[in-house]
Design a binder for this molecule. Structure first.
Ligand code: 5GP
Ligand code: ZN
Length: 139
C-alpha cells in the first residue's frame, strides 16, 4: 500500500466504493464520475504506478478480470460493447498514480464520440514505425 494513494485506500477499505468484483489480487469498483453509467475501474491490489511497472503476470490476470467484467456489462446492463482504456502517464490523462483499467459500457447513440484522427504525410509513417520497432525490447 502506498501512502496517499486513493486507490490503495479504496483497496484497504479506508475510502468506500461500490465494488463489483474482488479477489486476492484485483478489485473492481464503480468510477465516482462515470463516462457512462456502470463505468468500472479495475485495479491490481499491489500498488504500481502504471503499465510500465506492473508485474507481468499481474497484468495478464488484470486483463482476465477486465474481460469478466466486460462480459457482465453486456449481460447485466445490456451494453452492446465496452471500451477498455488505460491512461498511462499524466500526459495521457492519468490522474491517479495507481495502475487502473477503465471499462466503459457502450450503447448505440450514447453520444460518446471517437477521438479525432489525422492523416500521415509522405514518409512520416515509415519513419515512425521504424523508430518504434527499433526500441521494442522483448524481455
Ligand atoms: P485516470 O484519469 O487516472 O485514468 O482516471 C482516474 C479515475 O478515477 C477518474 O475517472 C475518476 O473519476 C476516478 N476517481 C477518482 N477518485 C475516485 C474515488 O475516490 N473513488 C472512485 N470510485 N473513483 C475515483
Ligand atoms: Zn495505490
Amino acid at each position: 500500500m502506498k501512502t496517499n494513494c486513493i486507490f490503495c485506500k479504496i483497496i484497504s477499505g479506508d475510502i468506500p466504493a461500490y465494488k463489483v468484483y474482488e479477489d486476492s489480487y484485483v478489485l473492481a469498483f464503480l468510477d465516482i464520475a462515470p463516462v457512462n453509467p456502470g463505468h468500472v475501474l479495475v485495479v491490481p491490489k499491489i500498488h504500481s504506478s502504471n503499465l510500465d511497472d506492473i508485474d507481468e503476470l499481474m497484468l495478464g490476470y488484470l486483463m482476465k478480470v477486465v474481460r469478466l467484467i466486460g462480459r457482465s456489462m453486456k449481460k447485466s446492463l445490456g451494453a452492446n460493447g465496452y471500451n477498455v482504456i488505460i491512461n498511462n502517464g499524466a500526459v495521457a490523462g492519468q490522474l491517479i498514480d495507481h495502475c487502473h483499467v477503465h471499462l466503459i459500457p457502450r450503447h448505440p447513440k450514447d453520444g460518446l464520440t471517437p477521438w479525432p484522427q489525422a492523416k500521415y504525410k509522405d514518409d512520416e509513417p515509415r519513419k515512425l514505425a521504424a523508430k518504434i520497432k527499433a526500441n521494442v525490447i522483448v524481455c
